[in-house]
Design a protein around this ligand. Structure first.
Ligand SMILES: Nc1ncnc2c1ncn2[C@@H]1O[C@H](COP(=O)(O)OP(=O)(O)OP(=O)(O)O)[C@@H](O)[C@H]1O
Length: 341
């Protein structure tokens, strides 16, 4: 496919996303690019995305290798994943534009569409997404929610032993403990995403400690769940209860949740009052929301575990673990998208 790269529309930990125009059709597409030698996850994402076809999953348009100019006047080999373009950005963008959170009718609509996407990838494809959150759900041309960013996704049938991946604030207890990550963990993350849509912030914002390590400890070992916004109706709370069951096996499946009364309501009543959001600090918000951008001086980014940096990450975790008397025997649990350079 011949295309011209346009402006940059997103930057993640592993890749840059640009808008692009196809020569022949004039269609606008999104192109996610990474230098070839750092494109292991992008290639894997392309492989998974190419096998999927659902209105609730971002569409695959191909993949290409290009030679592109780089800052020092040289050229680099670039791996490009071509995708359907989602003009309205992510659910997180929608919430920000909407004053911080999403209204009740749209929360129900988006939740239903996310679950339709998950039902498809779980049941028809045997794939777990492993990083469901507002910033990985895009809003398509017709306003529908589409699951995107399959960089952490994995085949779970048959289940392979792989390091857990994803975003700490959205991790289920079994993931926080580094035991396993599967379809059920996606359902926990759906519950967290509903909280994010309702409050405008990922879960755990405003908790005593928003340090991701202590949150993982609280989820994985103290059996805590994210706090439910008190303004939710009983039906919405019941729905979240089915997503946030501590035992993975007890969590409802995507298909079961699609039949929950909360999603079947014609005129959904999600919130009975004004939802307020009380982050402990602006920095906390930034850390949880834009982890790819936020690298503080004393904390390494969790999202760029390439080579030496991974050692830095582990030693930081190790420091916290000593304070928390945390068992870190299986170090794989903390691996988050490590490309092999
Ligand atoms: N198909 C698309 N259409 C429109 N915008 C997109 C598309 N894909 C990605 N984006 C934008 O680019 C951003 C980064 O994309 P993506 O999350 O896939 O990258 P990533 O490197 O995997 O990020 P992360 O580190 O958060 O996992 C998204 O948050 C979104 O704003």
């Amino acid at each position: 496919m011949n295309w011209t790269r346009g402006k940059t529309i997103g930057r993640g930990s592993t890749a840059t996303v640009s808008a692009a125009t196809c020569y022949k059709s004039g269609e606008t597409i999104a192109v996610k690019s990474a230098e070839f030698h750092r494109s292991e996850f992008l290639q894997r994402e392309a492989k998974i995305l190419s096998s999927l076809n659902s209105p609730y999953v971002i569409g695959y348009r191909g993949c290409e290798i290009t030679r592109e100019p780089v800052y020092n006047n040289g050229e680099a080999t670039t791996y490009n994943l071509l995708m359907e373009y989602a003009p309205y950005g992510t659910l997180t963008d929608v919430a920000i534009k909407n004053g911080g959170f999403i209204d009740e009718a749209r929360v129900v609509k988006y939740t239903r569409q996310i679950l339709l996407g998950l039902e498809y990838i779980h049941n028809s494809k045997g794939i777990a997404h492993c990083d469901i959150k507002g910033s990985n759900v895009l809003i398509g041309e017709n306003g529908e929610a589409k699951i995107a960013d399959f960089g952490c996704a994995k085949w779970v049938e048959p289940e392979l032993t792989e390091p857990v991946r994803g975003t700490p604030a959205f991790m289920a207890p079994e993931v926080a403990r580094g035991e396993r990550q599967g379809k059920e963990s996606d359902i926990w993350a759906v519950g967290c995403t509903v909280i994010e849509m309702v409050t405008g912030s990922p879960p755990w914002i405003g908790a005593d400690s928003t340090d991701p390590v202590s949150v993982l400890y609280r989820v994985g070992y103290l059996g805590e769940s994210p706090e439910l916004p008190c303004s939710l109706t009983e039906q919405a709370k019941d729905f979240l209860g089915k997503c946030l069951k501590k035992e993975a096996k007890e969590r409802w499946t995507a298909s079961q949740l699609l039949n929950h009364p909360f999603l079947l309501n014609k005129e959904p009543e999600l919130v009975t009052g004004l939802v307020t959001n009380s982050p402990t600090s602006v920095t906390d918000q930034m850390f949880w929301r834009s982890v790819e951008e936020e690298v503080s001086a004393d904390r390494p980014s969790w999202w760029e575990c390439h080579g030496d940096e991974r050692i830095g990450v582990l030693s930081w975790i190790g420091h916290v673990v000593v304070e928390s008397t945390w068992d870190l025997d299986g170090e794989d649990w903390i691996t988050v998208r490590r490309n092999n350079d």
